[in-house]
Design a protein around this ligand. Structure first.
Ligand code: PNS
Length: 191
């Protein structure tokens, strides 16, 4: 594979474990991976660009060839300005394909020299999206395991006190009915 600079653009509102998984995979393939946060999104974001920048920087601090930046306007223009040779995007399920294909072809029309490369995050993240994470967290549900701990903490801070924090990993053992156990033993002895 032709190594060089790749750009991984997105909203990252907030960054999820799926994003992080893709960043780790991309960092193994490209010489440099620039994670680029769109600044002029029409959507009203949950996290400011500065907050997303800070979270992504913390999450990728150990990846030496990953850089976090922001961009405005056309993504291909920004990509050209940093000499990127390709755009990295993640495809989780077939439902992503149509939108991603449209975007890849539009970007090719705008800048034919820039290739789009698709990678799949780990299948355990195939249903994880920033939108659903926001929705679950806003409704007070658990997002542990879907987002990195630092993001979970930020969500908690942002949504508190509405955000009731759950630890999804704690599975309570079913209560043992001791009286029933004894009578079962007695029954067995009798038999
Ligand atoms: O994570 P997202 O929200 O799916 O990312 C979409 C993003 C930011 C990659 C896309 O909307 C984008 O590149 N916007 C910048 C404007 C642009 O270049 N539009 C043409 C894309 S075909």
């Amino acid at each position: 594979m032709n190594k060089g600079i790749a750009i991984y653009p997105g909203s990252f509102d907030p960054p999820t474990n799926g994003h992080l998984d893709l960043i780790q995979r991309g960092s193994k393939i490209f010489e440099e991976l620039v994670v680029a946060i769109l600044r002029n999104s029409e959507k009203s974001p949950m996290f400011s660009v500065a907050e997303r920048l800070e979270m992504l920087r913390a999450l990728t601090a150990d990846l030496r060839n990953v850089r976090i930046d922001t961009f405005n306007g056309l993504m291909v223009e920004y990509a050209k300005s940093i000499d990127a040779i390709c755009i990295l995007r993640g495809i989780r399920a077939i439902s992503d394909y149509e939108y991603e294909l449209q975007m890849a072809l539009m970007n090719r029309k705008l800048e034919p020299t820039l290739e789009t490369v698709f990678m799949m995050p780990a299948d355990k993240y195939s249903y994880v999206s920033s939108r659903l994470v926001r929705e679950v967290a806003q409704a007070g549900g658990p997002v542990k395991g879907l987002v990195p701990d630092v993001v979970e903490q930020k969500l908690r801070e942002k949504l508190d006190p509405a955000y009731k924090f759950h630890d999804a990993n704690i599975v309570e053992a079913p209560e043992v009915d001791k009286s029933k156990k004894t009578s079962d033993k007695k029954r067995k002895k009798k038999a």
